[in-house]
Design a protein around this ligand. Structure first.
Ligand SMILES: Nc1ncnc2c1ncn2[C@@H]1O[C@H](COP(=O)(O)OP(=O)(O)O)[C@@H](O)[C@H]1O
Ligand SMILES: [Mg+2]
Length: 445
């Protein structure tokens, strides 16, 4: 992409409505525009990051054996009357009447709808286990939408649902989700710590939230600092192996880590004092096992191998896809702007031409552009007739992890400059070498 042909409405001033850094940078970098409280348009740059995050979520769900589908945003109220949640959900639910007077709602989540699909099509234990998921817009009429996309009213979420014959099988599904989430967040350059949490209106006993530590987080958390040394890394895992998934769960949840809802001072006191931490965190996902709550109330049953009709054991598992855009910025920025992790960056590499219109510099930039593209990379070329300072400021704000700077002086010596956004370090090298270096970084992701 060439900047002169792109739509990147960068703001010079700090928007007054933004109180946290991710919201401020998302507005300033032209990623989003608010349309009403807690509802945003995703402008091209923001949309790219959102899609990159969504793709990682899809890849990791599919790797874990979960099956993608898509349910509608608008749901009939009757389904929610069956589960009893139509009344329970309260003011957060956006209720709508259609022209025939039918009660509808904009879905805040999909337990009821997926259970309805399941009961219509599945009747035998032979069809289990089954985990279906979708990534779809949700609406919750939050009392205080704030912090930009972090607590929106309309937001994008992955929600997955497992159906199993027994509690034991459903707990394996729970563990499998935990493992796949660890991988998912790490690929986005995040450390998200699973913490024991409270199940709230979904019901059930087993639940973990995944929290990214950040001062601006809305949750108060308490943990054993040893947990931050854990890394999932690139280990191979067989998602069908009960034992392997269980082992990972134990490794990542045996240390004390809880949100304020389940915090227990007495248990926390057992953590060595120098490792006790209290901090704030951003909830980027949550997994639940809730047993037969929905299957019993809605009649989602299967025939088991003894010809008995039994309700299935279920869980639901969410990832806050749109919130993650903000959470990643909270975790990765400096005072000049965003610093995208390579896994989610909207463009792989920026190209800055220090002297637009100079025949040699222009040609060198074009050559770099095609060379990066031929490696399957997407460059963003700042080809505006602007001063170097302005170009650098834009690149720093939008946070591409790598930048190649091209100027007539360097070209005389056969070099361009490759700069890391994270460290600020620059290295002069031949254009080919710079391209090879950038290609290698992304190939190793
Ligand atoms: N209002 C919101 N705006 C953006 N993301 C949200 C919002 N509410 C929930 N999410 C994201 O969706 C994920 C799953 O939602 P869920 O656990 O059902 O929500 P909650 O914890 O608010 O009850 C959360 O972990 C969070 O990342
Ligand atoms: Mg939650």
């Amino acid at each position: 992409m060439r900047l002169t042909r792109y739509f990147l409405p960068v703001l010079k001033e700090n928007p007054s409505e933004a109180s946290i850094v991710s919201h401020r940078y998302m507005l300033r970098a032209g990623m989003i525009k608010q349309s009403s409280a807690g509802i945003y348009s995703w402008l091209p740059l923001g949309f790219k990051v959102l899609k990159n995050i969504e793709n990682i979520v899809h890849e990791e769900q599919i790797r874990a054996g979960h099956i993608p589908m898509l349910m509608p945003t608008i749901q009939p109220a009757d389904l929610w009357r069956e589960s009893g949640r139509y009344e329970d959900y309260g003011e957060e639910m956006l209720r709508i009447k259609d022209r025939h007077g039918h009660d509808m709602l904009f879905g805040p989540t999909n337990e009821e709808m997926i259970t309805d699909i399941f009961r219509a099509h599945v009747g035998s234990y032979k069809d289990l286990p089954l985990t279906l998921y979708h990534i779809q817009w949700k609406f919750r009429d939050e009392r205080r939408p704030r912090f930009g996309v972090m607590r929106g009213r309309e937001f994008y979420m992955k929600d997955g649902y497992n159906f199993d014959l027994s509690k034991e099988d459903a707990l394996h599904a729970y563990n499998r989700h935990l493992v796949s989430y660890l991988r998912t967040y790490e690929r986005m350059g995040l450390q998200a710590i699973p913490m024991r949490a409270d199940s709230g209106p979904i019901g059930g006993d087993d639940t973990h939230e995944f929290l990214v530590l950040a001062d601006t987080g809305e949750s108060e958390v308490f943990y054993d600092s040893a947990i931050t040394d854990l890394k999932f890394g690139d280990r191979e895992i067989d998602y069908d192996s009960v034992e392997q998934c269980q082992n990972v769960l134990e490794e990542f949840t045996s240390r004390y880590a809880r949100t304020d809802e389940t915090h227990d001072e007495a248990a926390f006191a057992n953590v060595p004092e120098e490792r006790r931490r209290s901090a704030r965190g951003i909830e980027v996902g949550q997994i639940f096992y809730f047993g037969t709550k929905y299957s019993e109330s809605m009649g989602a049953t299967v025939i088991n191998d003894k010809q008995e009709q039994i309700p299935v054991h279920m869980g639901s598992h969410g990832i806050g896809v749109s919130r993650l855009v903000g959470a990643i910025i909270e975790a990765s920025h400096d005072d000049k702007g965003i610093i995208w992790p390579e896994g989610v960056t909207p463009f792989h590499c920026g190209i800055v031409n220090l002297k637009q219109g100079d025949a040699e510099a222009d040609a060198a930039c074009e050559a770099l552009y095609s060379a990066l593209e031929s490696h399957g990379l997407e460059p963003l070329y700042d080809d505006r007739n602007e001063r170097a300072g302005g170009k650098f400021a834009t690149m720093d704000l939008i946070g591409l992890p790598w930048r190649i700077t091209v100027g007539p002086r360097g070209l005389k010596n056969g070099v361009v400059e490759l700069t890391s956004r994270r460290t600020g370090e620059s290295q002069e090298m031949a254009p080919d070498a710079a391209v090879a270096r950038v290609a290698e970084i992304y190939a190793n992701l």
